[in-house]
Design a protein around this ligand. Structure first.
Ligand SMILES: Cc1ncc(COP(=O)(O)O)c(C=O)c1O
Ligand SMILES: N[C@@H](CCCC[NH3+])C(=O)O
Length: 451
C-alpha cells in the first residue's frame, strides 16, 4: 500500500493492489458498488483530528497569554447529526445560521449553550428558536436586530447573550464573493462609519434583556495569509478598548471568525494553524497591554479547515469525448463526463475554485492526455476541473476521485436538473456507514403537489 500526499488527500488514503484507491481502509470500488456514485466519502478520524487539533493549538497558544478559546465549528461548511456529534465529542461548539441548522443540532442533542446563531436576515422564528434552545450567543448583524432580539428576550422572560458582528475593513479570501469584512457588503456593522459603536451602545442600553458578550468578525474564507487575521484582530481589540473608554464596559469576549485556507491542489499552501494561533495570541496580548485592558476570552469559527480535507467525492466516468480545440494552436481536449457536477460541487462555477482528481479504481500505465472533467448538467459551465492530465485509457465505468470536497460541497448541493443529491458515507477503521442518505426520485417528487 502506498500512502498518497497527505496535504490533498485525507489521512489513511492509500493505493492497493492494481492501483485502486483505499479511503479509511475501504476500497473505492466497494464503496461505489455498495453506496452508488456520486458519493461523498468522509474520513471520520481525519475530520475529528482536524477539529481536535485546531482546538488544541488555539487553546495552547492563548493559555500562554492567560486566556481561553472556544472553537465553534461552522456548520454551514457541512452539517448533519453525525458531524454535530463529532464536533461536540471533540470539545468544540457549533455555529449555526438558520432554523434548519439549529434543527439538525437539536436532533443531534447539541446543548443550546454550546451553540451560536448567525445570520444577516434572521427570521422572528429563528430568533425565538435560538432563545428557546438557550443558545450561547446570538450574533447581532444589524442595528434593527438589537431591538428585535431584545423584544424576543423580553417575551421569553430571559436575558439573552449576544455578540455584535463588526466589519473591520480587512478584505481577505480566495474570491470577492467569499470575502466578508470589507465595507461594501451585507454582513456586520462597520467600525469605520460608527454603526458598530452604535450597536454596542444600543445593546448596553437594553441590558435588562441582552447580555453583551463581545464582538465578532469574519473577514472571509479560504485565506492563506495569516497577516489579514492579525490586522483584523488588532482592529477588534482597539475597538474593544474604545468601548471601554466610552462606556466603562469591558467586553469579555472576542470572536475572530473562521476562514482558514486549505489545500485543494498540490499548489496550495494550507494555513499553519499553530503558527497563526501564536501570532494572534501575541498580537492580542500586545494590544491589550498597550491599552491596559484584560485579555478577552477568544472564539474562532472554522468550517472549511475541519470539513474540507476530510472528504473525497467519488464519481463514475460516463461519456469520454475528444474535442478539437483551435485557439491558434490546434489540439485535442478530452471531455470526461462524470455522473454529478455542479449540483454536488458548485464551487468551480461560483468561484473558479480549483480541484485535482485521479483515476481511482485502477492503475494505468498509459500516457496522460489533456482532459476537462465535466458534469452531467445542462450548462456548459458545469465543469469540475477545466484542465487536468488523466490516463489516455480513461473509459466509461472508471471511477474518478476528487479530494478536498468536504466543505461547501454537499452543503451547497442542489437538485438542478432534478438530480438526487448524493449520499455521504463515513469511513473509519475499515468500516463504512451512511451518515446522509442519497436522495431518491420520491424525495424529488415529494414537494411537487400537482396541478
Ligand atoms: C460568520 C462565519 N463564520 C464562519 C465561517 C466559516 O468559514 P470557513 O469555512 O472558511 O472557515 C463563515 C463562512 O465563511 C462565516 O460566514
Ligand atoms: N461557500 C463558500 C464560502 C463562504 C462561506 C460562508 N461565509 C465557499 O465554498 O468557499
Amino acid at each position: 500500500m502506498t500512502a498518497l500526499v497527505a496535504r490533498v488527500w485525507p489521512r489513511e488514503t492509500t493505493l492497493g493492489d492494481g492501483g485502486a484507491l483505499h479511503l479509511g481502509g475501504q476500497d473505492v470500488r466497494d464503496l461505489a458498488q455498495n453506496f452508488g456514485t456520486p458519493l461523498f466519502v468522509v474520513n471520520e478520524d481525519d475530520f475529528r483530528a482536524r477539529a481536535r487539533s485546531l482546538r488544541e493549538v488555539f487553546q495552547s497558544a492563548f493559555a500562554d497569554i492567560g486566556s481561553d478559546v472556544d472553537v465553534y465549528y461552522a456548520g454551514k461548511s457541512f452539517l448533519c447529526t453525525a458531524v454535530a456529534q463529532w464536533v461536540i465529542a471533540e470539545g468544540l461548539r457549533l455555529d449555526t445560521c438558520t432554523g434548519g441548522e439549529m434543527a439538525v443540532a437539536r436532533r443531534a442533542g447539541v446543548p443550546g449553550p454550546k451553540m451560536g446563531l448567525h445570520g444577516n436576515n434572521k427570521s422572528d422564528r429563528e430568533i425565538a428558536t435560538a432563545i428557546e434552545m438557550k443558545v450561547g450567543r446570538i450574533v447581532i448583524d444589524s442595528l434593527a436586530e438589537v431591538g428585535r432580539v431584545a423584544a424576543a428576550a423580553r417575551a421569553a422572560g430571559r436575558r439573552v447573550p449576544v455578540m455584535v458582528r463588526v466589519t473591520t475593513g480587512v478584505h481577505a479570501g480566495g474570491h470577492e464573493f467569499i470575502s466578508t469584512a470589507h465595507e461594501d457588503q451585507k454582513f456586520g456593522l462597520s467600525l469605520a462609519d460608527g454603526s458598530a459603536l452604535k450597536a454596542v451602545e444600543l445593546v448596553l442600553g437594553n441590558g435588562d434583556d441582552l447580555e453583551l458578550l463581545g464582538i465578532h468578525t469574519h473577514i472571509g474564507s479560504q485565506i492563506q495569509d495569516p497577516t489579514a487575521f492579525v490586522v483584523s484582530a488588532r482592529k477588534l481589540l482597539a475597538f474593544r478598548a474604545l468601548v471601554r473608554d466610552r462606556t466603562g464596559f469591558v467586553m469579555p469576549e472576542v470572536d475572530l471568525g473562521g476562514g482558514f485556507g486549505i489545500a485543494y491542489t498540490k499548489a496550495d499552501e494550507p494555513i499553519d494553524s499553530a503558527a497563526l494561533a501564536r501570532e494572534l495570541a501575541q498580537a492580542i496580548d500586545d494590544e491589550c497591554s498597550a491599552t491596559e485592558i484584560t485579555v478577552p476570552r477568544i472564539s474562532i469559527e472554522p468550517g472549511r479547515a475541519i470539513a474540507g480535507p476530510s472528504t473525497v467525492t467519488l464519481y463514475s466516468v460516463g461519456v469520454v469525448k475528444p474535442v478539437t480545440v483551435d485557439d491558434g494552436d490546434v489540439k485535442v481536449r478530452t471531455y470526461v463526463s462524470v455522473d454529478g457536477g455542479m449540483s454536488d460541487n458548485i464551487r468551480p462555477a461560483l468561484y473558479g475554485a480549483e480541484y485535482t482528481a485521479r483515476l481511482a479504481n485502477r492503475d494505468s500505465s498509459k500516457v496522460k492526455i489533456r482532459c476537462r472533467v465535466v458534469g452531467k448538467h445542462c450548462e456548459s459551465g458545469d465543469i469540475v476541473i477545466p484542465d487536468i492530465d488523466l490516463p489516455a485509457d480513461i473509459a466509461p465505468g472508471d471511477l474518478l476521485a476528487v479530494p478536498a470536497t468536504g466543505a461547501y460541497g454537499r452543503s451547497m448541493a442542489s437538485n438542478y436538473n432534478l438530480i438526487e443529491r448524493p449520499a455521504v458515507v463515513a469511513v473509519r477503521g475499515g468500516a463504512a456507514r451512511v451518515i446522509v442518505r442519497r436522495e431518491t426520485e420520491d424525495d424529488l417528487l415529494a414537494t411537487d403537489v400537482g396541478a
